[in-house]
Write a protein that binds this ligand. Structure first.
Ligand code: N01
Length: 535
């Protein structure tokens, strides 16, 4: 690759201007480095730019799912709801980009398609889809864990004559669904959030479900003035706790293990967990992810709730998962999902009973017949955690390509570096707490740590930083072993690549959590960056 028009060699090139990438621009610039950021979207926001489907909101409380690096920002920004909507999160991201003057470092509509390391010059050469070329000493991929779309290969999909949308690429402004027959494929979090809204607007809604998921009501609400005062008072302590917690928010599990509780105590704890709402229901008891009996209590309680909500017993049974302990796939957080199936205009199609045979011009055909549709929505997920990187042609100095290096599954050191790829960093990727934690706080921790690593390299005169093979293999084994000590591997989840045909199964996020991960990173730094080679 020859570097062309954009030939200034930057210190750091950040790929992606979502939460992690924006913070990286800020932190590396604060460290005195010359930073450029390339973003594929037409604006900043990453996940929150692209996932504009009706009902999209975060399943982590807004006061936790926000930057903690600046006290004034934290004090000034007022979240209106307990769980923020996609538009509110996007306006927060815009505010941050403007407030910290980050936009002047960002080029939009620049999808990175290739990156090569020039070993002699110790620099990455990066090419975008439109043919522009850039160079930097370091490159940081902040490309998101859930950004590479999974488009299922269903026969006849191209022949559908109606409108087709992906939840993760929802157009702006959104289409009108009034008077239309809408079908949606998939029943993960994106579908669970959008189904009640789609059903409200459409003439009819058909939900094509291959595998049901657990969902817990969000119990979202407006934050009052009293909430705002409390939040401001509690913030410093809340953040300190969150940074050392497992999931990056200050959750306190029940003080007793599930089996130690009386049946009444257990029921009360589960009811309280349910009423607290959302994904943290999965952590009601401290042993819920490690002890199947504890998990069963929580799972059966949730299943009773579904049966209570859904009027038709057969539909209720179809909506209850049978294949995984609760929480080992991310619990969905909903606002009226199960209730939607009580509407006459909503049909659940159980694809285990009647698989899709093809898509025709008129709609979706299953083994039981054709459902005619005007609109088809794919809520079919992502090639999670690795897809955003393996879809870019990234070549290291010895000709290694990431997609080959990861043919048996991703290997990283601390989730920040890949052996064979010097001066290349990843954030919120495989080997880091990432998707099992609060992604914003995890990104802050990783980026701060990487900024220090670059400073250390510069101070010692090193032009290249590379991770040792053995250190990466050991870390990757440790990540797998940590998962194996829990119930997580019992689910065919995207955490281990099970949703993508042919993808190697390796548990990717680090289950030990943000606090343990942070301590590990600090110990490695204190040990002179054990596992890294500086040349
Ligand atoms: O994707 P998913 P998602 N035929 O992979 C189905 C985060 N998130 O976008 O399980 C028929 O969970 C597939 O079925 P199966 C959150 O971490 C957060 O919904 O493979 N169906 C599944 O039902 C979440 O976990 C928020 O059998 C097919 C669905 O598509 C992650 O993103 C909101 C199919 C995909 O579900 C991903 O969620 C949204 C086929 N050929 C997302 N192929 C919040 O913060 C796939 N499916 C609340």
């Amino acid at each position: 690759m020859t570097i062309g028009a954009h030939s200034a060699v930057r210190d750091v090139l950040v790929v992606g201007a979502g939460f992690a990438g924006l913070y990286a621009v800020h932190a590396f610039r604060r460290a005195g480095l010359d930073v450029i950021c390339l973003e594929a979207g037409e604006d900043v926001g990453g996940t929150w730019f692209f996932n504009r489907y009706p009902g999209a909101r975060c399943d982590v409380e807004s006061i936790d799912y926000s930057y903690s690096f600046d006290e004034d920002l934290q004090r000034d920004w007022v979240w209106s709801e307990r769980y923020a909507t996609q538009p509110e999160i996007l306006s927060y991201i815009h505010h941050v980009a403007d407030r910290f003057d980050l936009r002047r470092h960002i080029e939009l509509d620049k999808r990175v398609v290739a990156a090569n390391f020039d070993e002699h010059a110790s620099r990455w050469e990066v090419r975008t889809e439109d043919g522009d070329e850039y160079a930097a000493r370091y490159v940081l991929f902040a490309t998101g864990s859930l950004s590479a779309l999974n488009k299922p290969d269903i026969p006849g999909a191209d022949t559908f004559a109606g409108e087709t949308y992906f939840t993760a690429r929802w157009p702006e402004p959104g289409p009108s669904l009034r008077g239309k027959r809408v079908g949606i494929i998939g029943t993960g979090s994106s579908s669970v959030q959008s189904v009640p809204i789609l059903a409200g607007e459409a003439d009819s809604l058909t939900v094509f479900q291959r595998t049901p998921n657990y969902s817990v009501p969000a119990l979202n609400r407006q934050l009052t003035d009293a909430d705002q005062r409390r939040i401001r008072e509690e913030y410093p302590a809340r953040r300190t706790k969150a940074r050392m917690s497992g999931g990056g928010s200050p959750h306190q599990a029940h003080p007793k293990r599930a089996a130690e509780c009386t049946p009444e105590e257990r029921e009360a704890a589960l009811e309280a967990g349910w009423r607290n709402g959302g994904v943290l229901y999965g952590k009601t008891f401290p042993d819920q992810f490690t002890d199947i009996e504890a998990n069963d209590f929580a799972r059966e309680f949730a299943e009773r709730k579904i049966r209570q909500i859904v009027a038709d017993p057969r539909t209720a049974e179809d909506l209850i998962p049978t294949d995984h302990p609760i929480g080992t796939k991310r619990i969905c957080t909903d606002s009226g999902y199960f209730e939607t199936f009580n509407l006459d205009k909503v049909e659940l199609v159980n694809l285990r009973r009647e698989p899709i045979t093809r898509i025709t011009a008129a709609g979706i055909e299953t083994s039981a017949g054709l459902r005619e549709l005007d609109v088809l929505v794919y809520a079919t997920g992502f090639d999670a955690m690795t897809g955003a990187l393996t879809r870019i042609d990234i070549t290291g100095p010895r000709g290694d390509r990431i997609k080959d290096a990861w043919a048996e599954g991703p290997v990283t050191y601390l989730g920040v570096q890949i052996p064979g790829f010097p001066n290349l960093f990843t954030v919120n990727g495989p080997g880091a707490p990432s998707v099992l934690s609060n992604m914003v706080l995890t990104a802050e921790q990783q980026v701060d740590w990487l900024a220090e690593l670059v400073r250390h390299a510069d101070e010692t005169g090193a032009a290249q930083v590379e991770v040792r093979d053995d250190a990466a293999v050991k870390w990757t084994d440790h990540v797998q072993q940590a998962a194996d000590a829990t119930l997580f591997p019992r689910a065919n989840s995207w955490y281990l690549g099970a949703n993508i045909e042919g993808k190697p199964r390796r548990f990717m996020p680090y289950v030990a959590g943000l606090g343990a991960y942070r301590e590990r990173c600090e110990a490695i730094k204190a040990d002179g960056y054990e596992g890294f080679v500086f040349t």
